[in-house]
Design a binder for this molecule. Structure first.
Ligand code: 5GP
Ligand code: MG
Length: 180
């Protein structure tokens, strides 16, 4: 299906199921090579990354652990900017090789504020894998170590990503149609 509607908006197919699955296998192979014998701990950020995390993890043929967390952000008491807290992070990260799994990095704000929290626990290493990266929109100083696709700064849905709750179950990734 080339064009779909979600709520009031039209979307055009941007990445096919085959393209996504091919990239997932490629990323899993790179990670398996880099993390062989390291027993890495993957931390998937819910909700958006659930499908990507599941697919990448099942193609990862090395010993590895995974956990799922939710990030909640709120404004600090003073004007200290945003504070991000993790819900469900009960693992001890000390001396672990940690890999964050994200669906998409946009401005980079969420991870920029969250990474120091993880660094505080002194992991042996801390890297980020993101299926999508809106590179030109990233204004926070953040390195995405493993990127699936660098995409333009347009709204996308599907493969875990939603538009106001809908669209997460699409197997492809769709981009907001120019006409809407
Ligand atoms: P950032 O903090 O990097 O600006 O982006 C944080 C979050 O915004 C992402 O994890 C994702 O949940 C959401 N987001 C950014 N761009 C898109 C998009 O094009 N589509 C959807 N569905 N979510 C997006
Ligand atoms: Mg996300």
């Amino acid at each position: 299906m080339a064009r779909i509607s979600v709520h009031d908006k039209e979307f055009d197919v941007y990445l096919s199921e085959e393209e996504i699955q091919g990239k997932v296998r490629e990323l899993a192979a790179r990670l398996a090579l880099d993390y062989k014998d390291k027993k890495p701990l993957f931390i998937a950020i819910l909700n958006g990354s659930f499908m990507f995390a599941s697919d990448i993890f099942k193609h990862l043929n090395i010993d590895a652990e995974i956990c799922f967390i939710k990030l909640a952000s709120y404004k600090g008491m003073r004007s200290t900017g945003n504070v991000v807290t993790a819900i469900g992070l009960d693992q001890d990260l000390y001396n672990r090789d940690v890999v964050i799994i994200e669906d998409i990095v946009d401005t980079g704000k969420t991870l920029f504020h969250f990474l120091p929290k993880l660094q505080h626990q002194q992991p042996a290493s801390l890297k980020i894998v993101s299926l999508l990266h809106k590179k030109e929109a990233t204004i926070f100083d953040l390195t995405v170590d493993y990127v699936g696709f660098t995409i333009p700064d347009k709204f996308v849905v599907g493969y875990g990503l939603d538009y106001d709750g809908l669209g997460r179950n699409l197997k492809e990734i769709y981009q907001l149609s120019a006409a809407t």
